[in-house]
Design a protein around this ligand. Structure first.
Ligand code: NDP
Length: 246
């Protein structure tokens, strides 16, 4: 298992380097030459739902998922479903129909990522990792991790809500208010905080690897978004950073 996590981490670092050179071609960075496209909404559903199904399948086939001994595992599952139920369901359905289209290839790569990542999380949490009894729910690592996870999720959901509302106007605009006054991508910052919390609350190598992957994905994209905003809007606030305030 450890060597799989190491390979997965190395892949994350490679992806980060590639994304620093060229942003993933979806959303505002979409470009021609990536083959057939689907609506943003379809792309997000195809890309994100395997995360839900893979982890649910591994939970369902785990030998120890029932009863008090599995209480912590049930909470892990609920948190996972809360995030991906939103991302693959509510978030996707809230996207306006004219959102940027997504190359099928990107949706496919995203789906593969979520099968692999979901498999690593599910195997570690429900099959091979240290079994967490009900007592884990009182462990400081769980409590602190949960606060970080939920705090990150709230920030992510709030910022996504602001952006989706702007998008309904049919054009890109400068987002305003709250943490948007400090950073260009509070939704990415929230997501990174969230999966850091996941790593802490599960206290697992798989969770830590996912937190690294999220940063590897989103930090370069935040820089690309920030650069794009500054190119598109001459009056873009100069004090705003890409991802980390101040
Ligand atoms: P973006 O911020 O690029 O876009 C989010 C939505 O808001 C899109 O519908 C976009 O439209 C719209 N939008 C964004 N900025 C503006 C603006 N200034 N004016 C008007 N509309 C705007 O986020 P992503 O699409 O990259 O990601 C969506 C979610 O998925 C985020 O919460 C992110 O954290 C998460 N995610 C997580 C990853 C991980 O590794 N865990 C990886 C990638 C994303 P349009 O699509 O037309 O550009």
């Amino acid at each position: 298992m450890d060597y799989l996590i190491t390979i997965w981490l190395a892949a994350g670092v490679a992806a980060c380097i590639a994304l620093c050179v060229r942003p993933a071609p979806y959303g505002r960075h979409a470009e021609a030459g990536w083959g057939p496209m689907v609506s943003g909404r379809t792309g997000w559903i195809v890309m994100e739902s395997p995360a839900l199904f893979t982890v649910l399948a591994l939970f369902a086939t785990a030998p120890r998922a029932a009863g008090a001994a599995g209480a912590a595992e049930i909470v892990f599952l609920l948190l996972w479903c809360l995030h991906y139920g939103n991302r693959a369901g509510l978030y996707a359905l809230r996207m306006p129909p004219d959102s940027a289209r997504m190359p099928v290839l990107i949706a496919f790569f995203g789906a593969v990522f979520h099968v692999v990542n979901g498999w690593l999380q599910g195997i570690w949490l429900f099959h091979r990792g240290t079994e967490r009894g009900i007592g884990w729910l009182r462990d400081p690592r769980f409590v602190v991790g949960l606060v970080i996870f939920l705090g990150g999720m709230m920030l992510n959901w709030w910022a996504d809500g602001v952006l989706l509302k702007l998008r309904r106007s049919g054009r890109y605009q400068i987002p305003r208010g709250g943490l948007f006054e400090r950073v260009s991508c509070p939704n990415y910052l929230g997501e990174m905080i969230e999966w850091t919390g996941w790593a802490v609350l599960t206290w697992s190598a798989a969770g830590a690897a996912f937190a690294v992957w999220t940063a590897a994905n989103l930090a370069p994209r935040a820089v690309s978004h920030h650069r794009w905003y500054r190119q598109q809007f001459p009056d873009y606030p100069t004090e705003r950073r890409a991802l980390i305030p101040f």
